[in-house]
Design a protein around this ligand. Sequence first.
Ligand code: DHB
Ligand code: FE
Length: 291
Amino acid sequence: MNMATIVGSITCSHVPAIGRAIAKNLQREPYWKPFFDGFPPVHAWLAQAKPDVAVVFYNDHGLNFFLDKLPTFAVGAAPEYRNADEGWGIPTVEPFAGDPALSWHIIESLVADEFDVTTCQEMLVDHALTLPMALLWPGGGEWPVRIVPIAMNHVQHPLPSPRRCYRLGQAVGRALDAWDDRARVVVLGTGGLSHQLDGERAGFINRPFDLMCMDAIVADPEKLTRYSTLDIVREAGAQGTELMAWLAARGALTGRVTRIHSNYHVPISNTATGLMVLQNEPPGAPQARAA
Ligand code: DHB
Ligand code: FE
């Protein structure tokens, strides 16, 4: 059989202001440079990892799902995904090609694994998907990978727990390992790190907690599954729960994991921005060189 290869994960923040900075070419401005400087090593890694497909864990912020109907976990199964104006003043991007065969394989595997996901044969994708894609593959034009979006509810309580999100990622990893296709798959997780956009703690950032989480995601992700959702709200802010997308992406790495690159910069807009590349090697593969 030609089995799929999980090449690794890339996790990063998705602050809308990044879209305006890209549109206005502000990457070298002092405010933006420490953030955008995190990405050339990611581009170098992608050039050798050569993924064909990206499975993207993210949260929709009201573009496709609103508070009236908000699935806990939703998997895209569309041939194409578009974004739309969310009111942030950022340009829309080229549509993304889907991979319906992989989407349905993942959906069947997840449901068999007792994750009762919502399946979306039409789905708009918001800044949480489009901005990380634009950061990873800058320059516009056609996207070099097909995508499978997996939206998680990090907006309206009750949210799925850190443990549940990690287990979802592990179930996706099992599905990818069982996918009879020669494709190379990169797993993305977007959001975070610590931030709170409203209320008394608006602007809240917790650097020690973020850095602890980045380390734990590499070496001991189970440690983070012992935090409750409210623990994450307390430690990382109300929107810091987006950290769970990092945990889901890490869960999908089924082999030996090496940190290739990471960057952490505070703040962009109201957010502590994190970036991390993890390489995944099936047992028996030669050791990766850590940066
Ligand atoms: C910001 C951060 C987010 O995660 C988001 O979805 C919207 C805005 C911000 O810091 O401005
Ligand atoms: Fe967000």
